[in-house]
Design a protein around this ligand. Sequence first.
Ligand SMILES: [Fe+2]
Length: 162
Amino acid sequence: MKKEDAVNLLRRAGCSERVIDHCIAVAELAGELAKRHNADYDLVTTAALLHDIGRAKTHGVDHAMAGAEIARDLDLDEKIVRIIERHIGAGIPADEAQKLGLPNKDYVPKTLEEKIVAHADNLVMGTKKVSIDEVLKNMQKILGKQHPAIQRMRELHAELYQ
Ligand SMILES: [Fe+2]
């Protein structure tokens, strides 16, 4: 899909310009990671552009599920749908998802393309690239030092930046 077509989908879904700018910044970093890891570049950049389409409906953690639903309604490739659905942090396993009030389902990125989009999003705040140390520090502040999401974030970063 061309970049402008993906951006049009975001706009038609009702995403703000701020969300759209963020998606474009995430797609740039995700594209770099896709090249570096020989991942599917078109899939990664298209899904990265669309990863926050659910923010047209909600800015809660459930924006990933809302986004997957919008993408399914748009008849987008199931690979794109899953990238959107699994892009929160370094992923949310079913037991934690349930505690967050999400449907009892595993939201951990599995494929290289799913991991790249999730992590490019982790490293872009707004339109600005941030360091993994900053990301981990923020997570510790919000979740506490022992939360398993922090270790998952470290591992995902190590996998993509070894
Ligand atoms: Fe998101």
